[in-house]
Design a protein around this ligand. Structure first.
Ligand SMILES: Cc1cc2nc3c(=O)[nH]c(=O)nc-3n(C[C@H](O)[C@H](O)[C@H](O)COP(=O)(O)OP(=O)(O)OC[C@H]3O[C@@H](n4cnc5c(N)ncnc54)[C@H](O)[C@@H]3O)c2cc1C
Length: 481
């Protein structure tokens, strides 16, 4: 196959049948053409693409891509990967400290599990300062009466999307949605210098002085070569995934005993009701929450044994979870009475992922820190949320939690060094991918902690540039001041 840079017309013909696979290796005259291909510039607005040239391995098990020149499309002081609770706080803090900030998010909105995941409840936010109360105030002020009554901790995901975009735009954060980070580049000193993304604009490169991994799953850090832990035990068992849903067609007063915020027995009653009518929810503590004027959220699904890094398994669990939600809502509707008009408004676009990589940082938060109530001189915030390990399989809810909880917990500090990657320079971590063990993660993972972690990481990124020091060379007291 001719591997020279095709004319636009030839190119369209060449790609009409799909992926182009080179049948032979370079011929004599291809050196110049290769260089031209490698440095070819495309204008994504024209719909043109950087054509893939690749060779199928002899056993047809791999496709060997040829070298391509990737356009550098951005250069900022700070690049934040992931626009969830941790990521938006990191981006806002860095921008407000004077840094230029690029935020890269794979979903079509900011907020992560708050919005694309339709979470609706913020836990462990009460004792926090800074961006966390600022967000709660905005969620309450722009939200429903329920958001106001709960000080913004029960929020409407659509309001959250809007507020987060408004705040980031106001702060001057450059937001790139629909874009997935797929690679990271370190220099000879193991300092992260660039990341690669894929989107409708093709494969792109971004340069920055500092990077903050807020992807939840630790994607940036893993691509940069950081060590990490996953789940528990030899099989790396992880907490289950859960799909959330929004519902309508029920009257809040009529179903009051089943609403999480109004009755402590609500989950138990809802499970009993479902079971009495032949339904067996995979999550044994189904949670119904009233958001506003007849809109409710429901969590009633657990997907066990699904790896956050197995796209096939995530796809299958997403389809299974959505089916389960509709089946359960149809079952409730068949009960009639106060349930006769219940209907699904939306299921989450992104199934909720509780666990991904826990990246090796310069401090690892452990179960012992929770048991003893760690007090650390470099504390970025104090976490109060208890150990919360959801069942790892369909059989063991209470037993597993009891076993893991036996060490007990007290409020404990999240130390700044747990947010600093150990294996590379210039990389900070925030949210559920920070450095901690399985038990500690089950507590600090909630979003009331992700936000202050993100705020600390974003501020540290900006300050470390100003002071011309690497993040690990700074103490939290110097950053704060
Ligand atoms: C079903 C469920 C229920 C929960 N219940 C609660 C609750 O009631 N209250 C609470 O406070 N917490 C709850 N949690 C925990 C909490 O939601 C998470 O631990 C928290 O979202 C962590 O925040 P984060 O910013 O680290 O990650 P996330 O919210 O997961 O955000 C990560 C962001 O990064 C993006 N991203 C990921 N990879 C890439 C990539 N390669 N390139 C670009 N972008 C990327 C994602 O799209 C996402 O927007 C729950 C979690 C789940 C799954």
């Amino acid at each position: 196959m001719d591997r020279r840079v095709p004319s636009r017309r030839n190119f369209l013909q060449a790609t009409a049948g799909g992926l182009v696979v080179s049948a032979s290796l370079a011929s004599a005259d291809t050196q110049a053409a290769e260089t031209a291909q490698a440095t070819r510039v495309v204008n994504p607005l024209s719909g043109d693409v950087l054509q893939t040239q690749a060779e199928l391995s002899a056993d047809a098990q791999h496709l060997i891509e040829e070298q391509r020149s990737i356009p550098v499309v951005g250069k900022t002081d700070v690049l934040v990967c992931g626009g969830g609770p941790a990521g938006i706080a990191a981006a806002l803090a860095a921008a407000r400290a004077g840094a230029t900030v690029q935020l890269i998010e794979v979903a079509g909105c900011l907020g992560g599990v708050w919005t694309a995941g339709l979470l609706t409840k913020i836990l462990d936010a009460e004792n926090k300062s800074g961006i966390m109360p600022e967000l709660l105030n905005r969620f309450a002020a722009q939200g429903s009466s329920v958001a106001k009554q709960t000080d913004g901790t029960v929020y409407d995901p659509e309001i959250a999307k809007l507020v987060l975009e408004e705040l980031c735009v106001e702060a001057g954060v450059k937001i790139r949605l629909h874009t997935r980070l797929v690679g990271a580049v370190t220099d000879s000193n193991r300092r992260v210098v660039a990341v690669l993304t894929e989107s409708k604009s093709g494969r792109e490169a971004w340069l920055a002085e500092r990077f903050v991994d807020c992807s939840g799953d630790g994607d940036l850090a893993a691509h940069a070569g950081c060590r990490f832990e996953l789940g528990v035990g030899q099989d790396c068992e992880c907490q289950p995934m859960s799909m959330m849903a929004l519902l309508t067609g029920i009257d809040a007063d009529a179903v009051r005993p089943y609403i999480r915020e109004t009755a402590s027995s609500a989950k138990r009653l809802l499970l009993k009701l479902m079971e009495e009518h032949g339904m067996t929810p995979s999550y044994r503590a189904p949670t119904l929450r009233h958001l506003h004027s007849g809109v409710f959220s429901l969590m009633t699904n657990h997907e066990y044994g699904v790896s956050a890094f197995d796209a096939n398994a995530i796809s299958e669990s997403t389809i299974r979870a959505r089916r389960e939600i509709h089946d359960l809502v149809n079952g409730l509707r068949r009960i009639g009475g106060v349930w006769k008009d219940i209907a699904v408004v939306a299921t989450a676009e992104q199934i909720g992922i509780r666990e991904g990589r826990r990246i090796r940082g310069r401090y690892q938060i452990t179960a012992n820190d929770l048991a003893t109530g760690l007090k650390h001189e470099q504390s970025v915030c104090t976490a109060k949320f208890p150990i919360d390990v959801h069942a790892l399989n369909a059989h063991g809810n209470k037993e597993i939690n009891r076993e893991f909880k036996k060490g007990g917990h007290q409020p404990y500090d999240i130390p700044y060094p747990a947010l600093v990657a150990e294996d590379v320079d210039g990389l900070l971590l925030a949210g559920r991918c920070i450095s901690g063990d399985f038990i500690a993660h089950s507590s600090y993972r909630v979003t009331g902690n992700s936000v202050p972690m993100g705020e600390a990481a974003g501020l540290a990124a900006a300050v470390s540039i100003q002071k011309q020091l690497m993040p690990h060379e700074l103490k939290w007291s110097e950053i704060k001041s």
